[in-house]
Design a protein around this ligand. Structure first.
Ligand code: PDD
Length: 284
């Protein structure tokens, strides 16, 4: 029986219920995090919780738990559900109150988390994925990991309908990010990704990949790039907590480079997996 955590209690998922007046449901008034589980341990939980605190502060939801408390309950979910590889999803909403757009005078945040199995080291998508381009119609604070994600729902549905694995979002031909991932290309041997700003989510995997590239001597540049540059790239890749590093071999049906996963991409994927294995190895 799958166990989740809701407002301080571990309960069977089938019994976890939230009010119809929860502001997460009514307004998308909440934020979330997704962290990977590797070798039965949370990966980079500390970095995810720093970002959670930043998202909460940005929309003035008070913190209900310390980072150590979040980590403990997330790890407990991993253990109780017997997850070796997968993810933990954590969400905090402003809470339950009479429907009124402005913040309620007094309200307790709704918090919940659940864990899921997912193949990460043996991800079949590591053989290459297809992207489908869509206009980025999101709001102007994409750095906040908001649960209001209708634009991504529509983008990823359009990608799925087109037979692609992920959406590639752009504004007037300039790439912002993937539907739920960071987008990258390799151009003249240099790894490119968009610089951090309000326009994109500050991906935790993005940070780690930039560190791994520096360690491997792969040059990196943080600048915006266009869909035309993607089409002509030597390599294209996406990163996220639950896909790690995935090679892109097609965009809108067009083959990228020679249509096989690029060497820099696969070096970074291997380095990412090796780091994950080291960080999550249980000491004797
Ligand atoms: N999404 N950009 C967007 C819009 C995302 O939703 C995500 C992650 C990322 C990558 O961030 P990170 O490397 O920290 O996972 C970038 C998660 C995985 C999700 O919504 O399921």
């Amino acid at each position: 029986m799958a166990i989740c955590w809701l407002n301080g209690q571990f309960v069977p998922e089938a019994q976890a219920q939230v009010s119809i007046f929860d502001r997460g449901l009514l307004f998308g008034d909440g934020v979330y995090e997704v962290a990977a589980v590797f070798g039965g341990r949370l990966l980079d939980a500390d970095r995810h919780l720093v970002r959670l605190e930043r998202s909460l502060a940005a929309i003035a939801i008070p913190s209900t738990h310390s980072a150590a408390e979040w980590v403990a309950l997330m790890q407990s979910l991993v253990d109780q559900n017997g997850i070796d590889e997968g993810l933990v999803y954590l969400q905090v909403t402003r809470g339950v109150a009479e429907r009124d757009f402005a913040f309620p005078a007094s309200v307790t945040p709704t918090c919940f988390a659940y864990a899921r199995k997912k193949a990460l080291s043996g991800d079949p998508h590591a053989h290459g994925i297809a992207l489908h381009t869509v206009a980025d119609i999101r709001w102007a604070r994409r750095d906040i990991k908001s649960v209001a994600m209708l634009a991504q729902v529509l983008a990823k549905q359009a990608a799925k309908a087109a037979g692609a694995y992920e959406a590639l979002m752009h504004e007037d031909g300039v790439v912002t990010e993937g539907g739920s991932s960071t987008a990258w290309i390799v151009q003249h041997g240099t790894l490119l990704t968009r610089p951090l700003s309000h326009d994109i989510l500050a991906g935790i995997t993005r940070d780690v990949v930039l560190e791994l590239a520096a360690q491997a001597g792969i040059p990196t540049v943080e600048r915006a790039f266009t869909l035309n540059e993607v089409r002509q790239a030597e390599e294209c890749l996406i990163t996220s907590a639950t896909s790690f590093v995935l090679p892109v071999t097609r965009v809108d049906g067009q083959v990228i480079a020679d249509g096989v996963p690029g060497p820099i991409t696969m070096r970074l994927r291997d380095a990412y997996l090796a780091r994950a294995a080291t960080l999550t190895a249980r000491s004797a």
